[in-house]
Write a protein of this length. Structure first.
Length: 468
């Protein structure tokens, strides 16, 4: 068993039971000084003591042994780097000290900061709406995003189910559509019908459970038809696994739960079409060449981009990517994050980031090294994709996808191989959005920042009208 430190969780458990260290020690059959050492992370937890605590207090030992400190440090570091805070930023040792000795205070601080950010974003979107409930209400998208991020965008239960369902039943991508169609028909009595676009309306897939029919639109290309059938396969073959994962979310909103089931079934579909071990090997051997990976598995570029964010299996971890999809107006329409990167959580609105200029070069992958105001550096790639086109009105519905990782991983990615990593001008200075960005002399600034005053000289014209 690896070294396990449980100080904050053990202290919280004791306080919830309203016990002193001496009372807990007596109940566990150890000395009070040993409990004190455990709570202060000066002793690691043995397997025997872990089981004793779990049995004595009727808790799941996995909940006690689960180490969330790395993610918590990243969350806290992101929060204290907010431009609203002035003065010196706490160092890592101080942040770890706060997490070890005041975990509930840290939790409340992070909740307060999240509410603050949510309120600001709502104000900016709603133009000053004054309803507190509207400002602070969590959207289904936010709840689902947080659930995926808390699991590092990796769900081993769905991976195992996908591998079991796959089981070598087909060998080449060319046969997948017909084999999935036949499997649904022969094993589940579900027929697949490709229907005219006019008959489907705005729907691309519709599963009629009473009729045992899957209706697919002619607007879907082959890779997307296969993906939709794999989604249905999850729903009919692995409903219990899906329900077990959904139950872990703690989400109560019916709308959010329905959306979560859809996203998890999509996760299964991706894992089914791109099995973990084979996909990981292909990604590593090609330097994360997304087009080559898509060709190898007969999947779309977007499906591959989402799949690379899930490579978080212990012993076979890939580059930790985040994924963002935006429309031409700059709205984030999809976001997946296996990391705690600040850019992944709130980014997408800075015009200096080439996620926006990718619209001018459709279908071309655009690499970029970027630096945030707090000094964090990332390597990102952006490329446009098209939505299904099925009428004159649905033409030119391009979206831009962006994958990003910490700059330290760039040497593993072929799209970065031509860059000089020592070039001081390599990194483009970007921000979250103009309202929150403290950068001065940015020629792309569109708003006065909320938390700092930019210098203004009546006799000088700067690069924008917000400073001089």
């Amino acid at each position: 068993m690896p070294k396990t430190l449980v100080g904050p969780r053990l202290r919280q458990l004791r306080r919830e039971r309203k016990q002193t260290q001496a009372e807990m020690a007596k109940q566990l059959g150890v000395s009070a000084s040993y409990v004190n050492l455990l709570e202060n992370n000066q002793r690691s937890l043995s397997v025997q003591m872990l089981m004793t605590i779990a049995d004595t207090y009727a808790i799941n030992w996995r909940d006690l042994a689960k180490d969330e400190s790395t993610r918590r440090v990243a969350d806290l570091r992101n929060a204290v780097q907010d431009p609203m805070f002035s003065g010196d930023m706490p160092d890592i040792q101080e942040l770890r000290g706060a997490i070890d000795h005041a975990p509930r205070l840290v939790e409340h601080f992070l909740q307060l900061h999240d509410s603050h950010r949510a309120a600001l974003e709502k104000i900016m979107k709603l133009g000053g709406a004054d309803s507190a409930s509207e400002l602070l209400r969590s959207s289904p998208e936010s709840m689902i995003h947080d659930f995926f991020r808390d699991h590092s965008n990796y769900f081993p239960e769905l991976e195992t189910a996908a591998e079991a369902a796959w089981g070598g039943r087909f060998s080449t991508p060319e046969n997948r559509y017909s084999e999935l169609r036949d499997r649904l028909e022969q094993e589940h009595g579900i027929s697949v019908v490709v229907r005219r676009i006019d008959d489907m309306g705005d729907a691309l897939r519709f599963y009629s459970e009473p009729d045992r029919q899957v209706h697919l639109s002619q607007a879907l290309n082959n890779s997307n038809r296969v993906f939709q059938l794999a989604h249905v396969l999850c729903v009919v073959e692995h409903a219990s696994t899906l329900a077990d994962v959904v139950a872990q979310s703690g989400i109560e909103s019916p709308q959010a739960l329905a959306r979560l089931r859809v996203e998890l079934a999509n996760y299964f579909a991706a894992a089914f079409l791109m099995p973990y071990d084979a996909f990981y090997a292909e990604a590593e051997s090609t330097g994360y060449d997304l087009d080559r990976i898509a060709a190898a598995f007969g999947t779309s570029f977007e499906q591959v981009c989402q799949r690379v964010t899930t490579l978080q299996r212990e012993g076979a971890r890939g580059v930790p990517f985040f994924f963002i999809r935006i429309d031409k107006a700059g709205n984030v329409t999809k976001r997946f994050n296996s990391t705690s990167f600040h850019l992944a959580e709130h980014g997408g609105s800075c015009p200096v980031w080439n996620i926006h200029t990718a619209f001018y070069t459709p279908g071309v992958i655009m690499p970029q090294f970027v630096e945030m105001p707090d000094g964090d550096r990332y390597f990102t790639i952006s490329r446009t994709v098209h939505r299904p086109v099925f009428s004159e009105e649905t033409q030119d519905r391009r979206l831009t996808l962006a994958l990003g990782c910490e700059a330290g991983y760039a040497h593993r990615i072929r799209y970065a191989s031509s860059y000089n990593f020592d070039d001081p001008k390599l990194y483009a200075p970007i921000g979250i959005n103009c309202h929150l960005c403290p950068r001065q002399a940015c020629s792309q600034r569109a708003h006065q920042p909320l938390f700092i005053e930019l210098p203004m000289d009546e006799n000088r014209r700067g690069s924008t009208r917000y400073e001089s």
